[in-house]
Write a protein that binds this ligand. Sequence first.
Ligand code: NAP
Ligand code: GDD
Length: 324
Amino acid sequence: MAPKRALITGITGQDGSYLAEFLLEKGYEVIGMVRRSSTVNFERIKHIQDKLTLVSGDLLDEVSLIHILREHRPHEVYNLAAQSFVQTSWPQPVFTGETTALGVTRLLDAVRIVDPGIRFYQASSSEMFGKVVEVPQKETTPFYPRSPYGVAKVYGHWITVNYRESYGMHTTSGILFNHESPRRGLEFVTRKISHGVARIKLGLDEELRLGNLEARRDWGFAGDYVEAMWLMLQQDQPEDYVIATGETHSVREFCELAFSYVGLDYRDYVVIDQRFMRPAEVDLLIGDPSKARQKLGWQPRTSFSELVQMMVEADLQLVKEQMR
Ligand code: NAP
Ligand code: GDD
């Protein structure tokens, strides 16, 4: 039988790289959409680059999306591309909306035009719950986004539901809570901490400047979460799912564990810096992944402490290599 083909947008990002690895292992032909930039940023996929088909396109350009779908005729499309950094969405709200909200419609519409039978995954976010109205948050919890990014993701979620209901398409919105890894971008708090810890331990820095230490997140490992994306598209009936660990920890706890892993006390190094505070904060996220466990048979495999340890170890290794 011919292999299944999947198109991943955002393949150069954290999740894109893990999903590409996962699908290659399942025997998929993987097509990755990359946008043009003046320097190549294939750092996260260079180890599998020869197994991928990389094509040029952009969520801001619907014609490019139609061309890619016509030429490669994927069976599944995973829309992971987005302006994904919450903090940047305040100074760049319109760009965030163009990419993270309208970009979803462009891709959905391209799928509808080329082949409405293609299965579609939308990377929705726990950031949509924002100022939470229910604890823990589940599929039926109302949204209350607190950032232009969160607002854009709410649009992306509902347009995905709407294409399912309007056109009978197999579209799924995965509401994923925060998931991290050694491949996380350096500006996100977990990676900022693990990288900062490594630099302090190795004598390169003397402090780590952070914002709100009391914010709480439900943090999982990205490598576990991409399996859930795939499982969603294998279901006969498209539905939306919350993917989370069901545990919540504060930024302070993350710091405490990460520093203690290298024998340091975070209180000696962490400095509160107003620049990293947000105009409106999401104070508490904790997801209820029961539906995913029951219907998809999915559950997270990596604990919070294993995640922190994995990230600190990887950054110690990385910083040591950079020092050579
Ligand atoms: P990421 O590391 O920031 O990756 C984002 C990807 O989107 C990159 O490959 C980026 O390309 C690409 N991209 C951005 N704008 C684009 C455009 N206009 N056209 C085409 N590609 C574009 O994000 P991630 O952590 O892997 O997250 C993947 C998706 O899940 C995102 O939609 C994010 O919002 C969502 N999400 C993430 C989490 C989480 O905790 N990680 C939780 C819930 C939802 P460049 O490399 O060229 O910048
Ligand atoms: N980035 C950052 N930098 N965050 C900080 C800092 C800092 O110096 N200090 C404290 N924080 C707090 C933020 O205020 C926030 O409450 C929390 O740490 C997590 O911030 P991020 O790691 O930037 O992630 P996020 O939760 O805003 O967004 C991520 O998760 C969403 C899912 O809930 C991103 O991956 C989004 O794309 C994703 O949708």
